[in-house]
Design a protein around this ligand. Structure first.
Ligand SMILES: C[S@@+](CC[C@H](N)C(=O)[O-])C[C@H]1O[C@@H](n2cnc3c(N)ncnc32)[C@H](O)[C@@H]1O
Length: 232
């Protein structure tokens, strides 16, 4: 049993059962209808998932976004939160869902939505594009997300671009969360944001591998704005 698994009881039963199977490394259904082995290196922890769930539930979030779907661990927590909040929509961006992940994340998510009486089928949307392109397209159609989770390509510049574009769709009161602050690249992005994104305040999730911020005002920094920042 993964650490904190007892806490999965807080989620609806279908979400708990799905996560227990995933954390147990059982073979998961892919888009072809076949079961596939999964590896245990690509996932968020139970504590991290519950932190995402709580952030959504506490603020009654009904629109969520994630960059990086993979096997769909984070997706399950976010769908569980939307279910708890009485419905909503989740958008996942991953250009490699079919090629690298056998469609497992989207198959699991669609199955959970199909079992739900609260979430209609259109509650789960997958965009199989690189995040920089997909996020621009989402902004163009006027999308807005109460919580965005960024767990895609982990290089400094890619994550900073993901945050910058997601922030443009983050309303005041909304939150953006980065995963994997153990990496120097993500720690440096977090440090830049902490020093420079004065339209956001940091939120303590009690998960050392997450960095979370909540928007508190519009971005009114002028064109010269820059505050030097430590790498960690
Ligand atoms: C660490 S995994 C995500 C794990 C997932 N959040 C979970 O909890 O199960 C990173 C994912 O980012 C995806 N990815 C890589 N480059 C990307 C990009 N440019 N845009 C969006 N997703 C990307 C990968 O295909 C992979 O699925």
């Amino acid at each position: 049993m993964p650490a904190g698994a007892a806490d999965l009881d807080a989620l609806g039963n279908d979400y708990r059962v799905a996560l227990m199977s995933m954390y147990a490394n059982e073979g998961q259904l892919g888009a072809s209808g076949q079961r596939h082995d999964i590896d245990d290196s690509t996932r968020i922890s139970v504590d991290e998932g519950l932190a995402l769930y709580s952030l959504c539930v506490e603020s009654d979030v009904t629109t969520t976004l994630e960059v990086g779907l993979a096997y769909g661990f984070s997706t399950v927590y976010l769908l569980a939160a939307l279910e708890h909040n009485g419905g909503g929509t989740h958008v996942a961006i991953d250009p490699y869902q079919a090629t690298d992940w056998n469609g497992i994340g989207i198959t699991t998510a669609r199955q959970l939505v199909a079992q739900s009486t609260t979430l209609p089928d259109e509650s789960m949307m997958l965009i199989e594009e690189m995040s920089h392109a997909a996020l621009v397209d989402l902004e163009r159609i006027g999308a807005s997300f109460g919580l965005s989770f960024i767990d895609g390509y982990h290089r400094f510049d890619d994550v900073l671009v993901d945050f910058t574009l997601a922030a443009r769709m983050c309303p005041i009161g909304g939150a953006i969360v980065l995963h994997d602050t153990w990496l120097d690249s993500i720690a440096a992005v977090a440090s830049f944001l902490r020093s420079n994104r004065i339209d956001f305040v940091e939120i303590d999730t009690e998960c050392e591998n997450l960095f979370a911020m909540r928007r508190v005002t519009d971005d009114e920094r002028d064109w010269r704005h820059f505050v030097d920042f430590p790498l960690r």
